[in-house]
Design a protein around this ligand. Structure first.
Ligand code: G3H
Ligand code: 13P
Ligand code: ZN
Length: 330
């Protein structure tokens, strides 16, 4: 067993309390390789933002659990070396079983999500309670989820959104003892969050999605005042990145995300953690495709991964400063 404190990590409890009070959200950026980690830490140190390094079970398989543990420890030291010791949480994204959550706690994670949202309510409560009981013994934070986002996350997918029922949240939080709650108010995973027929189109042909259900968020906040809320599926899918990908050989069709001004509004409420993965994937892919097209004779991976890392860092800084409001909160 490696406890997260041995790695220099922190859990999310205090960070979330401060974020709810301060009206900002902490970034939860997914990573599974070195360049993504360098970009995340570089951006968060430069902006003095706390951060959750988020790892899905697929990412854990991809990167290897032992390497991940030392990468997280390395991230803590790297931040200090860059000049500012930001608080870093290592978080399991969309854990689906007690066994997986336990295994992550034992390998140094300081926070886990148990996503029982696809189960019937009582089963969701049961599995979430088991994870909370184990995780809290080790001072590890737990995120639960109520309501189902449309889209794909690891092996679980849903064609349609099932909005969170506000009348369930108080009972769920009380019974399970979770530290934060992910809710479904119209965000969704991936780069194609909405079907074109759900959107309107601007004169330039850009798809505009239906607005988030702030009425549900407000109702949830009324029932559990001050409780930390999490938004998944919060990438904005910047049209400029999609354009760069498609003009450099890519084929992304009808990609559409959540407008940034809606995320800013959410971040000012009890939403204290915002998950962003797809925008990072788009930024890296855009830079790599462009580097390949501009320099077809280049075959040193540093020559295309380097620009991808730089683009990623800029994207994260933009999110922190202009969307989440977490700059200078570390
Ligand atoms: O919510 C899902 C995250 O974007 C992680 O995706 O399971 O492909 O690593 P992944
Ligand atoms: P996006 O696909 O919108 O980036 O969402 C990521 C996420 O919710 C990870 O849990
Ligand atoms: Zn998610």
């Amino acid at each position: 067993m490696t406890h997260y404190k041995e790695l220099g990590l922190v859990n999310s409890k205090e960070l979330f309390q401060k974020a709810v009070k301060g009206g900002y959200a902490i970034p939860a950026f997914n990573f599974n390789n070195l360049e993504q980690l360098q970009a995340i830490i570089g951006a968060c140190v430069e902006t003095k933002s706390p951060v959750l390094l988020q790892v899905s079970s697929g990412a854990r398989k991809y990167a290897n659990q032992t390497l991940l543990k030392y990468l997280a420890k390395g991230a803590v030291d790297y931040a200090k070396e860059l000049g500012y010791a930001i608080p870093i949480v290592l978080h399991l994204d969309h854990g689906d079983t007690l066994e997986l959550c336990k295994s992550c706690v034992e390998s140094g994670f300081s926070s886990v999500m148990i996503d029982g949202s696809h189960h019937p309510y009582d089963k969701n409560v049961e599995v979430t309670c088991q994870v909370v009981e184990y995780a809290h013994k080790h001072d590890v934070s737990v995120e639960g989820e109520l309501g189902v986002l449309a889209g794909i996350e690891d092996e679980v997918s849903s064609a349609v959104t099932h909005y969170t029922k506000p009348e369930e949240v108080e009972d769920f939080v009380k019974k399970t003892g979770v530290d934060s709650l992910a809710i479904s108010i119209g965000t969704s995973h991936g780069a194609n969050k909405f079907k074109p027929e759900q959107c309107t189109r601007t004169a330039e042909g850009i798809l505009v999605p239906p607005p988030l259900r702030f009425d549900i968020l407000e109702e949830v906040e009324k029932r559990i005042p001050g409780f930390p809320i999490v938004l998944h599926g919060a990438s904005s899918v910047p049209p400029e990145l999609v354009r760069i990908i498609n003009t450099n050989g890519g084929k992304l069709k009808d990609a559409v995300g959540i407008p940034e001004e809606q995320l800013r509004r959410a971040a000012a409420s009890a939403v204290c953690k915002i998950n962003i993965d797809s925008d990072g994937r788009l930024a890296m892919t855009a830079a790599i495709r462009k580097a390949f097209m501009d320099n077809p004779a280049e075959f040193d991976p540093r020559k295309y991964l380097g620009p991808a890392r730089d683009q990623l860092k800029e994207l994260y800084k933009h999110k922190i400063v202009s969307v989440l409001g977490s700059a200078n909160r570390a």
